[in-house]
Design a protein around this ligand. Sequence first.
Ligand code: FA5
Length: 340
Amino acid sequence: MRQKLESIRNDALKEISVASDLSQVNDIRVKFLGKKGELTNVLRGMGALSADERPVIGQLANEVRESIEREIEQKMSVLREAEKLAQLSRETIDVTLPGRPFQIGKRHPLTVVLDEIKEIFLGLGFEIAETPEVEVDYYNFEALNFPADHPARDMQDSFYISPGVLLRTHTSGTQPRVMEKRAPYIPLKVIGPGRVYRRDDDATHSPMFHQIEGFIIDKNISFSDLKGTLLVVVRQMFGEDRQIRLRPSFFPFTEPSAEVDVSCIMCNGAGCRVCSNTGWLEILGAGMIHPNVLKMSGYDPEEVTGFAFGLGVERVAMLKYGIDDLRLLFDNDKRFLAQF
Ligand code: FA5
């Protein structure tokens, strides 16, 4: 048995030394050390040995196994190294190939439009206020002269977080929030940009959209100040040949109130898909701040007056870039977004 073990060792080491690739070495491992391998077979016969011989032969068998395993490991690492070197010599690098271009990101078209509008108002001396998107009933409705159960609340049917707390339906809450902090300071000239939420969903209405609230409070502010300011802003935004049109409307927090349209930039008023063949696109609601609203937030309507407006940012982007479905702005298709 001793001889048998020695000859297994010699045969295995000889075969390992001439093996030329990893799969051959693996076959050798199976042949000698595997479940049905030669060494394993010899060990199975150990039961027949005497009690004296068994530990001696057992120790020798372990030595033989260890020396074969060691040799296999060494050979494998030599072969792996050789394979790596061979692969490196096969691979050549062509340093004259052009590099991969980096993709440079861009601002979202809505961010571009928002920044542009903010810039125009900052130039006119407005300050920017930030107010919360999750709003309490008081600032979204009550302080804007919408008492509980007022039917005008239905037009903005909304997403409630809990009773009395909702995702704001417009940015008009900026008015009472800023006024009650600053009253009786004049002149107050503020814009409040941000996201708003409504139960709407079609080509020109999204459930989440952006508005920019704007308002001025001072002595002797009149409706013509509102009209003049809006005309200046629209012309800076869309070009000097744009016209605006004011249509009578109703908001509980302004009196009188108006919806404001801009002559369509795509067809110059002739009628097209973007403006639904009317020649005009509604971009904002506006009016003179209602005396109740001024009073509730600490201003004296006998002393001061003010105007306010709420501009739809997506509508401005549609008009500026000729987009006929506002939902494209939120689909996150890079082929669409990369155009702006
Ligand atoms: C308001 O939200 C008023 N808070 C505006 C206002 C402010 C009036 C201050 C008076 C004084 P309105 O619901 O009309 O008004 O919305 C204003 C603008 O937001 C619209 O002209 C339109 O451009 C845009 N808008 C309204 N709903 C959506 C919608 N679902 N998706 C995209 N834009 C919308």
